[in-house]
Design a protein. Sequence first.
Length: 482
Amino acid sequence: MKSKNFVYRGIVEGFYGKPFTHEDRLWWIENLALLDMNVYLYAPKDDTYHRQRWREPYPQSTIIEFEELIKKGRELGVTVGFAISPGNSIIYSDEQHRRDLLEKFRKFQELGSTFLCLALDDVPTSLQNPEDRSAYSSLGAAHVSLANNLQQALGKDGVFWLIPTDYAGNEATDYLKKLGKELLPGIEVGWTGGTVLASEILFKEAEQRTELLGRKPLIWDNVPVADGPMKSALHLGPYLGRDKRLGETVSGLLLNPMNHARASYITISTAADYMKNPDSYNAEEAWRDAVHHAGRGAEKAFSVFASAHRFGPMSPQEREPIIEELWNQLDSLKEVQIEDTSDFRLAIEDRLQVESTLGKHLLDRELLGEIKPWLVSHHTETLRLNTACNLLIDSLQTQELIELLLKFMSFESNLKALSLPIEISYGPRKIFYPQLATDRDGIASLSPEQVLFRDNSLVDDIISRIEDKIILDLTSSGGQNN
């Protein structure tokens, strides 16, 4: 079923860090078509010709690749577009700068691209050059002038998308009011939601943005991106928190993937399901289908692995649902018997096999390469869990407290031998999510969304509780174990 609401549905390769390979992009174009999505926008922040060296033409070898992407997209019904981000060095009033920028966009048009984007995000929030301060009353005035000029020069056959400097939040700033009043009506305007990494985007918020901009916003959704301070995370959760009525008041939705092209499929596939029919979207069913597809050859093991990596801005409480549920059941018992630990032990044993099973049987070897650091992390964290579980069982079997003390000392020594991984599995020990709510006139304010997550590791939580039980046994009077 095709979406009746979202005109533009796809991804924007807009993250910081190593860009996708040409093969990654071809792979994604094929998969976007299969997912009934229709846009692939090229905008990697660390492509020097996209940002730092925006005035220079792309090398011919890259142009040949771009041409192949556009051709492949045309064959499959996916529009391949290109963004340029000149805002860190452009002099808006300089005619040569404007000509250079226009020429760069026209080259994309010559190749056959009909989706062009002027990206002015993450750039200075005030006019930097004396010439511009003389020519324009504000940054907004400069951006309106540049965007209108480009759209008129490039023509109206296709899409021209502006990513404004003030791209997040719900505040009606002077900058955005200027855009709403003076931008040509055919220009699409980007918005990330109430924050840079919105846990939810509500219909009412989008409606307010539509009224402010005088047009439906085209959402740049920073999901499942994990760059910058988030790079220790692997976001494998489903698409959540987007209002069922969102499609009524936005023109489309493009997701910003992780640096890991194949691993990004899970969240993006579920987002495609959402956009097809928001009313009937079932996040868990869509997630299971996406995980099953990505994990072909080792479906069960990959599902177990993905479950430990659902934490992210849209699901900040997610750690590892099965392990957490089994532990909570065990922890709630007044007196734990050895037989009570059987399901918990079996679940841990299953997870100890994940790294080996995926290494041998996962069909998508590119995906395997992407997730390898997290496979190591997952295995190490599971070993820590297993060590703690063994201590718990020892405490139930040991009669002499001196013996329990020795085992506890051995446990703490063994635990220290397992160094803490950098990559996050089973929830984070510490991670920062840059939840910017507005960025204007040198003012950067964080949203009420949680920004810094600390002590959110399920493994540490379980270990601490088991340690507490053992210490209670060792310090309680009576000389017997509970």
